[in-house]
Design a protein around this ligand. Structure first.
Ligand code: BDP
Length: 694
């Protein structure tokens, strides 16, 4: 078990009674169509079912008892009678129905849909039922995705390094493309299709214009061909200055006619290679990337130019709102809102503004981004980060579903029914163009994500984008069963551990609303003391603002007033120290060291408690994992054990470094009941993280 098979392992069902039942209920597959997506579906069913049932299940033209029947109403007229046109239409482009029915006197399981893609997703859903050992006796399932664009964003460079990638190099083997189609591409596409991911932006948002040249487009087209049967569209990152860099124009001004024509022609060329090309993802005027503001134009001007180029082909533009500038004295928290909110209503219909879940940058905990709820006329696409840039890379075990759900569940109070989930899935403002993206944690490591539990975060993104009402527990539960085993004791323990893992990490890294106090640039390990970055808002000291009085960033009206960007109800809750949830306290307040939190303890004592409890909980995770030894393969058991041991050491490093440093301001002792830090502050300050991929 090297982890390569992810959650699609298809090992023979280990429960004999259930295995016997399944064998009776499933005898063959029938699929009266040779559409590429249906071929992908029945091939997966053949592989999957043959593995799960431990006997060959093959494709047949006749229907017998136990046939898994795939088809559209146009293939099999009885489907229309059974389901009806309206019900089928309601499934849209990608929804599916799975039903146990009688057909020609035989008991069959029907997987049908309005369109081919739906059948592909239905097939994977059916396999999931077996892998998680559910009953398939009287199935009546209807499932429709809540979000239209469900994407991975790969921050992969053309030289095969991956920005913020911790699982090896890029899986795109550009040198051997387009001629060589690595089996990995197919397995990648299968894995994505199994969780409903239908798009991939395959290159870094810090983009390289070369990608848009003929030679590279041929390579991209080969990938698109490999992904197409799995209903995955390719998107490319567009470097805004490409007209200058590869087009030899003098300007990239989005209102310049020549520039507009250049993008239009370039886009037509892309569509010649990739007829179902999805569109562009753009990072502009952020962290040194070129953009429309270089020409005194707005983000809307830039986005609309590209939107006009892709519109005739049905393409879309995802324009990122992750912008901030060192030139403005504004709190970095506020800058995206300030730039984008005034542009609401100015974007073309095929533009989504892609917003990170929080206002700063993928921290272990952030309040929801204030743009959610603030741009009713613009579809806002959610951007999460799967790769754990600020959460211990591929070394720490952190299950991200609770982080994602916390944001989705937050109420923006923009209207009635305006949780972040409802804003993003279009319910609140009636948008049909909707999206959710995860910055990929996938690399060339044999198990794809480096940490075996990193796979769960990839899995979560797909499942949540399909159905944002799933709970973190449900997602963990089905992932564990498929990835490891259905043995109840293992499932229960590991689920508990996963659900706790994110809060544990917050406790040993950034409790009480601390944020961005990681090592400079690589973002690994603690460096709350760091103050030498070339821009103020890259420095931990900018974010925690510790002094002899207290600690935290005052974002109330007395401070940066970032809170004014939220609706009054949110603002009121956060602006008052007494009502501000403890988890967000230092996000919004500069809190005196002897301030008493709800428990009656002082801030300093509480901070000590949190850091110490974080470390203790990692030890608890280690202990629980130790008990799992006999349930799974030795290989993955040992990998995780080793990683947890590093996590424990590093949790101690975080705790000691942060408390010793903050203690220089609080001038209060670490409570005597706790183990003493085994090194001095200057030891921790002197630690150079040996090697961290930048
Ligand atoms: C930050 C990363 C940086 C990315 C940037 C982005 O540190 O590498 O380029 O976000 O999202 O998290 O554009």
């Amino acid at each position: 078990e090297d982890g390569y098979r992810l959650w699609l392992r298809y090992n023979t069902i280990d429960n004999p009674a259930l295995l016997q039942q399944y064998r009776q209920q499933i005898t063959s597959i029938s699929c009266p169509s040779d559409d590429a997506r249906l071929i992908a579906a029945h091939q997966e069913l053949q592989t999957g079912l043959s593995g799960l049932l431990g006997k060959k299940i093959s494709l047949q033209t006749t229907v017998t008892n136990g046939t898994i029947l795939l088809g559209l109403r146009s293939h099999l007229p009885f489907i229309r009678k059974l389901v009806g046109d309206t019900a089928l239409a309601r499934l849209g482009e990608e929804g599916f129905i799975i039903r146990t029915v009688k057909h020609e006197g035989k008991n069959v399981t029907l997987i049908t849909a309005n369109k081919e893609a739906g059948i592909l997703y239905g097939a994977f859903h059916f396999l999931r039922l077996l892998q998680t050992q559910q009953s398939i006796q009287q199935l009546s399932i209807t499932s429709v995705p809540k979000i239209k664009l469900r994407l991975l964003n790969h921050w992969d460079n053309l030289n095969r390094t991956v920005e913020r990638g911790y699982a090896g190099g890029s899986i795109w083997d550009w040198q051997r493309l387009p001629g060589y189609i690595d089996q990995r591409y197919i397995d990648y596409a299968r894995a994505n299709a199994s969780i409903g991911i239908n798009g991939a932006a395959i290159t870094n948002v810090n983009a390289n214009a070369i990608l848009l040249t003929e030679e590279w487009l041929q390579k991209v087209a080969a990938l698109a061909n490999a992904f197409r049967p799995y209903n995955i569209k390719i998107y490319l990152t567009a470097r805004f200055s490409a007209p200058v860099e590869i087009g030899k124009l003098k300007t990239a001004d989005p209102l310049n006619e020549e520039v507009r024509k250049w993008w239009k022609d370039k886009t037509d060329e892309i569509y010649k290679h990739i007829p179902d090309f999805g569109g562009f993802l753009v990072k502009a005027n952020s962290e040194g990337q070129p953009g429309p503001q270089n020409y005194q134009r707005t983000h809307a001007d830039g986005a609309n130019m590209l939107a006009d180029a892709v519109a005739p082909h049905g393409g879309i533009v995802m324009w990122r709102a992750f912008v901030y500038s060192n030139e403005t004295p504004e709190d970095r928290f506020k800058q995206a809102y300030n730039d984008f909110k005034p542009l609401d209503g100015q974007f073309r219909k095929n533009v989504l503004v892609q917003v990170k879940n929080g206002p700063i940058d993928f921290q272990p905990r952030e309040p929801f981004h204030p743009l959610f709820g603030a741009m009713p006329q613009t579809p806002l696409m959610m951007e999460y980060q799967l790769t754990q840039e600020y959460l211990g890379f591929a070394t720490h075990l952190v299950y991200l579903a609770p982080l994602f759900k916390e944001v989705l569940d937050a109420d923006t109070h923009a209207k009635n029914n305006s949780t972040v989930a409802q804003i993003v899935d279009g319910t609140t403002d009636g948008h049909t163009l909707t999206g959710m993206a995860g910055v990929s944690n996938i690399g060339s490591d044999i198990n794809w994500t480096g940490h075996p539990f990193g796979q769960a975060n990839w899995y979560t993104l797909g499942r949540l984008a399909w159905d944002n009402t799933l709970t973190s527990a449900q997602i963990a539960n089905e992932w564990i069963r498929q990835t490891f085993t259905n043995k109840q004791a293992f499932v229960d323990t590991v689920q508990q551990l996963m659900l706790a893992s994110r809060e544990i990490q917050v406790n040993y890294m950034t409790p009480l609303g601390l944020h961005h106090i990681m090592g400079y640039s690589h973002h690994y390990g603690p460096a709350p003391w760091y103050n030498k970055a070339p821009r103020a808002d890259w420095n931990p000291v900018y974010f925690h603002k510790a002094d002899s009085i207290g600690i935290g960033f005052d974002r109330t009206a007395a401070g940066s007033n970032a809170l004014a960007q939220y609706q009054p109800a949110v603002q009121q809750q956060f602006e008052n120290m007494a009502t501000c949830p403890e988890t967000f306290l230092l996000w919004f307040h500069h809190v005196p060291w002897d301030y008493r939190v709800h428990s009656g303890k002082t801030l300093w004592e509480t901070m000590c408690d949190k850091y110490y409890s974080g470390v203790d909980s990692v030890r608890w995770m280690q202990h629980r994992w130790e008990g799992m030894k006999n349930y799974i393969d030795a290989e993955r058991f040992s990998q995780i054990k080793q990683l947890l041991a590093i996590q424990e050491q590093e949790a101690v490093w975080w705790r000691n470094a942060c408390l010793l440093y903050f203690q220089t301001f609080s001038r209060k002792p670490i409570p005597a009941k706790y183990e003493k830090p085994d090194h001095t502050l200057s030891y921790y300050e002197g630690l150079e993280f040996p090697y961290a991929p930048h």
